[in-house]
Design a binder for this molecule. Structure first.
Ligand SMILES: [Zn+2]
Length: 106
């Protein structure tokens, strides 16, 4: 299970690496399709598609997260300070968001 902090670090790393690869790729692909652009234009294009990618990833992740956890029971999580779904693993209940152990056995 991944904590929110680990998810944020993974997401930022993925976005940063993707941004660098995409920006470098614009210098290859745009001339190949006959577009003459400047480094500044390539940067704007890369920023635009990076924002679209972040929004797409967020919407898809939230959709599957909701679908995955909507059938699970909920408990108040003292770490998240809200009612959250719980996941059972090997007889132990964990907060589906932060991984806090709610109960040592079921
Ligand atoms: Zn929690």
């Amino acid at each position: 299970m991944q904590t929110k902090k680990q998810s944020l670090i993974e997401s930022l790393t993925n976005t940063a690496i993707g941004f660098v690869i995409s920006y470098a790729s614009t210098f290859l692909i745009l001339p190949l399709v006959g577009l003459k652009t400047s480094a500044g234009t390539n940067l704007i294009i890369t920023v635009y598609f990076t924002i679209i990618s972040i929004l797409r990833g967020y919407v898809i992740r939230r959709y599957f997260n909701k679908k995955r956890y909507s059938q699970l029971p909920t408990l108040y999580c003292f770490n998240c300070e809200v009612e959250n779904h719980v996941v059972e693993q090997k007889g132990r209940l964990f907060c589906a968001d932060c991984g806090l152990v709610h109960k040592n056995s079921i």
